[in-house]
Design a protein around this ligand. Sequence first.
Ligand SMILES: O=C(O)CCC(=O)C(=O)O
Ligand SMILES: [Fe+2]
Length: 235
Amino acid sequence: MATSSDLEAARIARLPDTAYYIPDFVTLEEEINSVPLPRWTQLSHRRLQTWPSTLTKTNTLLAASLPAWLHESIVSPRLDTLGCFAGSPHQTPNHVLINEYRPGQGIMPHEDGSAYYPLVATVSLGAPIVLDLYEKGPDNDEKVNRNPAFRILQEPRSLLITTNELYTQYLHGIAERLTDEDLGVDSIANWEMLGDTQPYRNSSYERQTRVSLTYRDVLKVAKVGNSVKFLATGR
Ligand SMILES: O=C(O)CCC(=O)C(=O)O
Ligand SMILES: [Fe+2]
């Protein structure tokens, strides 16, 4: 079982502090069983699920448990064993965003911001994808460069953790492309840590549908009465 010393061994040494990459974090069987329930919000560039609910305008989570298939299933206990949320206020994730990217879809460079403890744990399912990291601009909200400062290849079934300065000082995004190119030891920060470099022998691959489960700890949680809960969840 993965423990906190495994986390140290998984640090991506070529990146600013701090990112961790663990290939084969979930098994093929677990991957197949973790296909999310149909609760998608269609965005223009991808589909999104937010569990247990979207945050309020003041970035507050209305207290509610994550559904069992997200929280009691394999992933959360494994994250707890790794100890990655040990320093966060609730010591365990309380919020999960699930993104689906079809070929050609992506997510604009952005930062996840101060609503969350500065750590995101991302489980990738279905297909590989490249995550681009950009340095922040002088006004702290625009990317400096058109080109990413770093690129991380996320294999299906892998876990990627981004935290500390990498969370606060960089933007991250996924390019809207049909093919990820220029894949190799020079351009991919976690190349030596990949479970399988075979698919990238030709230094590129055609995108297929990829799903990401991004686990976070929302700092502000409000206990709510039943009436408010009803409004928030529609149940
Ligand atoms: O799909 C990913 O790996 C990144 C998703 C992301 O940046 C987000 O949901 O904030
Ligand atoms: Fe993000």
